[in-house]
Structures are given as C-alpha cells and as structure tokens.
Design a protein. Structure first.
Lengths: 117, 113
C-alpha cells in the first residue's frame, strides 16, 4: 500500500532551469495538494485539485504550474527556477468530504528537497 | 482571514515529563481541527482530530480538546518519550471548496533521556 509517492527525493537545480516534481497516489482520492515548507514556517499551499481536469491556485502559486490529467497523478512544474524556490515540497491527497463536517485528513508524501543554486 | 498560531519552540523536555503545546485559531466559519506530526526526514502524519466543539481527539497518548469559547486546541501528553521527538503542526479545515488545510508554523519537540 504505497499511499502518496513523490519523486525525486532530492534535487539541485541551477537558476533558470526547469523541472517537474512528480506525485502519484493509489488511494483513489479526489483531492490533491502541493505545499512548500520553508525552515521555521508552516506549510504553504501552492496549488490544489478537486479532481481530474480541475486545478486551483493556493496561497503561493507564483512560479509554479500544475496539471491533473488523471486521478492518480498531480505533477508540479517549475519553469524558471529561482533561489526563492529552494524549499521542501510536499504532495498530499484526501478523499472528498461527504458529510456536514470537514473531517477527512490529508495523506502526505515524504517530500522533495529542492535546492536552487 | 483564517489562521493558526502555535507556541514557539523548540520545546525541550526530559523523558516522562508532561507536554503541552498551545494552539489557537481564527476562522471565518466553523472549522475542524487537526494535529499533524512530522518525524525527521518524513512527511506529515495525522496525529488526531476533532470536528466540533468539546470533542476530544486522542491517539498514542496525545490528547486535544476543541474549545470553541477560547478558539483553542492545545495538545497534551502525560508522559513523553524520546520517540516523540518531532515537529508538531496544528491545522484547521473549513468545509469549503477543496477542503484546504491552514497550518500553524509548527513546534519542534525534543525529548531527552
């Protein structure tokens, strides 16, 4: 039972390079999320998706793009890497809430540690 | 806007000491509340949750009670172990589009033997 799988685990990029962080989940969750975690800070939401073909901006979307062509996959793309994007990136997924109270936890991957030099 | 405030760390305790990590929130609606834990080198894991006022979430000896009157969700454990050393995040979620989480900054807990 893999859960949420992120690749790669570590990456070093040069300024201006581009790359895609991969995220896949095998729990058939409708909702998926990308966060970044900076030292001493909580997680900030970059983008999220409520289902295949639907994506929305979170709190800190600038410099990133996402797509959701399948339920399982939710890749995050950095087009022009900048030093400010040095961070640890987490992907998460959750089932869609069906009751009157929001109680579905999010399931997290192990993260991708990205350094931009 | 919606926000979560946690006590600053790091919190350093001896084994078997009592733990409290304070968490307060501001929300535009009626949130559900969560505690997540992050062990070194890993992603976040759900520790416990509470979805309405006066609910108590509990797991692995940790407890937190949803206090609507004081907008708080403090995490407690009666006797910590070295293996509890981790970063603890308080978070809220509103029943809205996307069911997004708002996280506190996290509190580092270090337990010494």
């Amino acid at each position: 039972n893999a859960g949420v799988t992120q690749t790669p685990k570590f990456r070093i990029l040069k300024i201006g390079q581009s790359m895609t962080l991969q995220c896949t989940q095998d729990m058939n969750h409708n909702y998926m999320y990308w966060y970044r975690q900076d030292p001493g800070m909580g997680l900030k939401l970059i983008y999220y998706s409520v289902g295949a073909g639907i994506t929305d901006k979170g709190e800190v979307p600038n410099g990133y793009n996402v797509s959701r062509s399948t339920t399982e996959d939710f890749p995050l793309r950095l087009e022009l890497a900048a030093p400010s994007q040095t961070s640890v990136y987490f992907c998460a997924s959750s089932p869609q809430d069906r009751g009157p109270r929001s109680n579905q936890p999010q399931h997290f991957g192990d993260g991708t540690r990205l350094s931009i030099l | 806007g919606d926000s979560v405030t946690q006590m600053e760390g790091p919190v350093t305790l001896s084994e078997e000491a009592f733990l409290t990590i304070n968490c307060t929130y501001t929300a535009t609606g009626y949130p559900s509340l969560f505690w997540y834990v992050q062990y070194p080198g890993e992603g976040l894991q759900l520790l416990l949750k509470a979805t309405k006022a006066d609910d108590k979430g509990s797991n692995k000896g940790f407890e937190a009670t949803y206090r609507k009157e004081t907008t708080s969700f403090h995490l407690e454990k009666g006797s910590v172990q070295v293996s509890d050393s981790a970063v603890y995040f308080c978070a809220l979620s509103l029943m809205e589009y996307g069911n997004k989480l708002v996280f506190g900054a996290g509190t580092i807990l270090r337990v010494k033997s």
